[in-house]
Ligand binder design. Structure first.
Ligand SMILES: *[C@@H]1O[C@H](CO)[C@@H](O)[C@H](O)[C@H]1NC(C)=O
Ligand SMILES: *[C@@H]1O[C@H](CO)[C@@H](O)[C@H](O)[C@H]1NC(C)=O
Ligand SMILES: *[C@@H]1O[C@H](CO)[C@@H](O)[C@H](O)[C@H]1NC(C)=O
Ligand SMILES: *[C@@H]1O[C@H](CO)[C@@H](O)[C@H](O)[C@H]1NC(C)=O
Ligand SMILES: *[C@@H]1O[C@H](CO)[C@@H](O)[C@H](O)[C@H]1NC(C)=O
Ligand SMILES: *[C@@H]1O[C@H](CO)[C@@H](O)[C@H](O)[C@H]1NC(C)=O
Ligand SMILES: *[C@@H]1O[C@H](CO)[C@@H](O)[C@H](O)[C@H]1NC(C)=O
Ligand SMILES: *[C@@H]1O[C@H](CO)[C@@H](O)[C@H](O)[C@H]1NC(C)=O
Ligand SMILES: *[C@@H]1O[C@H](CO)[C@@H](O)[C@H](O)[C@H]1NC(C)=O
Ligand SMILES: *[C@@H]1O[C@H](CO)[C@@H](O)[C@H](O)[C@H]1NC(C)=O
Ligand SMILES: *[C@@H]1O[C@H](CO)[C@@H](O)[C@H](O)[C@H]1NC(C)=O
Ligand SMILES: *[C@@H]1O[C@H](CO)[C@@H](O)[C@H](O)[C@H]1NC(C)=O
Ligand SMILES: [Ca+2]
Length: 562
């Protein structure tokens, strides 16, 4: 290229523009969203030079400011990382959180900035970036802080995006005619937050990347309690090592069902159809002692023994999913090969026996979200609880948070009509959010948007803007240490960008095998992976019998569940 001698304005450097004064002059107008007032005195701007993302070194302008909702005495904090002007590629991206969090702090920001996107996160107005939604859920016992719930549900991420896009336009002097591509990326609770935007604000976005979304919020919280309840009902608390060995033997028993013995169970559906957990009874197990993971796993001593019929009965009851007292289905469960994390038991040094342990977030949900009690109270045990209690817990949460946290609106017409694209992925061995819950939402969108088309025609129609991928062997929002030979897609955001900006359709996803770095393709739903030619070629196949195993009749409820 020939230099445009003299004609071009000298491009601003990051140190020219990364000042509080420049950001104050670049702030969105107060009217960008009706009812919001931005506080210019809250602005900070600081350059972060030569930051290593692990992939590249980038220069960032770290911008913070606050706004309030008129008529409320609140304060919402925003943090945007802005690329150096020379590295800015006309992109904006919002990000979300995990668990009870609306934010992953700055950890999710580099993944946008390295693709030339201004990338932002919000504290939701809960009282600071390190305050989680559960700490702001109630005003007092019995009184929900609805502002927290709606901000967490969808409003906070919406405001983050609208203000972030306006800041971006002003900061980089973008003309009204220049297109600013708008994205969202997040996994788990962050995946739910992404769907909350695609479902409500279709025309605000060009591309959405969502992983393992906890989108059926009240179902998802209660589903975590089904595993410890299975132990309570069956009166058997297996040492965690026994359950770990059931997982390992399931993995070994199902490995070859996908056409290739490689340590990867790419077909948990075939595993479900063909593997009988009873075959593991009597097999030995042994594990070293393990340290506590706070709120998640208790400290465990060294364990050994042989797998019992009682242990297998617990595993089967978990995989069968939650049922009411009449045996009607309440929800779906994890796939075989998913670690039984929710079922971890606690060791009592005094008695030398194993007993119940409840995953904190879900035990808290019952007291905080349903019983509306403050002070970190958590469900202590299952005394008096039956299958019907599970159904009623879900119904209470579903009704109470129907228009805030339940995130399954299945009509994406405005999103599609605006030309936006969504890439949705879910690890097939996810031990925290059942992959079948993502399948259910995909199928809901398909059947609601295309009720009169044939199955294949409706999938083709969805491919225009919505593609869903089950990632073989993968865990929750990441690769699975138990299946290191499985492929994991490392380049999801650039794949989405290519689809949105260059029309390059992701027919498959590129996965990188964790152990070897080899590239493997990942099949798009509803096609399922199968290795042919002695395991040398991956074939993405249509298999009705397998697909049927992913679909559930939640007949404990009379309402449609999308
Ligand atoms: C928004 O309103 C506040 C309060 O009136 C004012 O301090 C601030 O300058 C306004 N911001 C802009 C960008 O106009
Ligand atoms: C950025 O940091 C890396 C590693 O410390 C160093 O090798 C490189 O020279 C630095 N680049 C600049 C422009 O300072
Ligand atoms: C990211 O946030 C953490 C606190 O969560 C902070 O310690 C760290 O300095 C921040 N990194 C940068 C580059 O600002
Ligand atoms: C949520 O945020 C809190 C406070 O920053 C942090 O301690 C916790 O690890 C986060 N939880 C998850 C699941 O990210
Ligand atoms: C939260 O962060 C603020 C600074 O932003 C700090 O003063 C406060 O101690 C932190 N609180 C917790 C619980 O970490
Ligand atoms: C935007 O324009 C102003 C005024 O011309 C200039 O001072 C500033 O450096 C420009 N910003 C960028 C990012 O180029
Ligand atoms: C299960 O397999 C993993 C290796 O994939 C191993 O680290 C672990 O110890 C095994 N668990 C049991 C109970 O044998
Ligand atoms: C699994 O095997 C056991 C013992 O042979 C048998 O009782 C049970 O019916 C089998 N389960 C299935 C689903 O076939
Ligand atoms: C198995 O565990 C018991 C205690 O439960 C212990 O006495 C025994 O030494 C262990 N055996 C092995 C082979 O680790
Ligand atoms: C262990 O068991 C003893 C005897 O039943 C009981 O008193 C104690 O509370 C238990 N400890 C824990 C941590 O549950
Ligand atoms: C929560 O605990 C604090 C300190 O223990 C106590 O002062 C407060 O009254 C409790 N609040 C409720 C609503 O029980
Ligand atoms: C997948 O990887 C191959 C080889 O590295 C590359 O040519 C191709 O563009 C990638 N496709 C996508 C969708 O990223
Ligand atoms: Ca295999």
């Amino acid at each position: 290229m020939v230099a445009l001698a003299g004609a071009a304005v000298q491009a601003a450097t990051i140190t020219d523009v990364c000042t509080a004064d420049y950001v104050v002059a670049s702030l969105p107008a107060n009217g960008s969203i009706l009812g919001l007032t931005i506080d210019p005195s809250s602005v900070t701007a600081a350059p972060i030079l030569n930051y290593s993302t692990g992939i590249s070194f980038i220069d960032i302008c770290d911008v913070n400011f606050a706004y309030s909702h008129d008529g409320r005495d609140d304060q919402v904090l925003l943090n945007y990382w802005m690329p150096a002007p020379a590295d800015f590629h006309n992109r904006y991206s919002s990000t979300g959180g995990e668990g009870w969090n609306i934010t992953s702090l700055n950890s999710s920001l580099p993944g946008g900035v390295e693709y030339g996107a201004v990338t932002g996160t919000t504290d939701g107005g809960f009282g600071g970036f390190n305050v989680t939604s559960n700490e702001a859920w109630l005003l007092a016992n019995g009184n929900v802080n609805w502002e927290t719930i709606y901000m967490f549900g969808y409003q906070g991420i919406y405001e983050l995006g609208v203000l972030g896009k306006q800041l971006t336009r002003n900061f980089y002097n973008m003309s009204d005619e220049t297109r600013l591509y708008s994205y969202y990326q997040g996994c788990s609770e962050g995946g739910r937050e992404g769907w909350s935007q695609a479902q409500r604000y279709g025309d605000e976005l060009d591309g959405v990347l969502v992983g393992a979304p906890g989108m059926r919020f009240s179902f998802q919280q209660i589903q975590h309690l089904w595993s410890p309840f299975a132990e309570y009902e069956l009166g058997y608390y297996p040492p965690y090592c026994e359950l770990e060995q059931i997982v390992n033997l399931t993995q070994a028993g199902c490995d070859g069902l996908d056409g290739k013995v490689d340590g990867v169970v790419a077909r948990t559906d075939l595993c479900k159809l063909h593997f009988n957990l009873s075959t593991t009874i009597g097999q030995p197990y042994s594990c070293a002692a393990a340290a506590e993971i706070p709120n998640f796993m208790p400290a465990l001593p060294a364990q050994n023994g042989t797998i019992t019929a009682e242990g297998v009965a617990v595993a089967e009851k978990i995989l069968n999913g939650a049922r009411d007292d009449q045996g009607r289905r309440i929800y779906m469960s994890y796939q075989p090969t998913a670690p039984f994390q929710d079922a971890v038991t606690a060791y009592n040094e005094t008695t030398g026996e194993y007993g119940p342990f409840l995953v904190l977030q879900s035990a808290q949900w019952v007291e905080l979200g349903l019983n509306l009690l403050l002070n970190d109270s958590a469900l202590a045990n299952f005394d008096g609880v039956t299958g019907n209690t599970f159904r009623n817990w879900i119904a209470t949460g579903w009704q109470r948070y129907q228009d805030s946290l339940e995130t399954t609106w299945p009509d994406l017409t405005p999103f599609q009509e605006s030309g936006a694209k969504v890439l949705h992925y879910h690890g097939e061995s996810d031990p925290q959010v059942p992959p079948a819950s993502s399948v259910r939402y995909y199928e809901s969108v398909r059947s609601i948007m295309h009720p009169s088309k044939s199955y294949n025609d409706s999938v083709d129609a969805l491919n225009d803007f919505y593609r869903f991928f089950l990632i073989p062997g993968a865990a929750h929002c990441g690769a699975n240490p138990l299946q290191p030979n499985a492929p994991y897609p490392q380049m999801l955001f650039p794949t989405l960008i290519d689809w949105v900006e260059n029309g390059i359709e992701p027919h498959t996803l590129n996965g990188t095998v964790t152990s070897t770095g080899e590239q493997q393709q990942i099949c798009p739903w509803p096609l399922r992976p199968f290795w042919i030619n002695n395991g040398s070629t991956l074939d993405c196949q249509y298999d009705q019998k397998s697909l049927d195993t992913w679909k559930y009749d939640l007949d404990a409820f009379r309402m449609p569940i999308f």
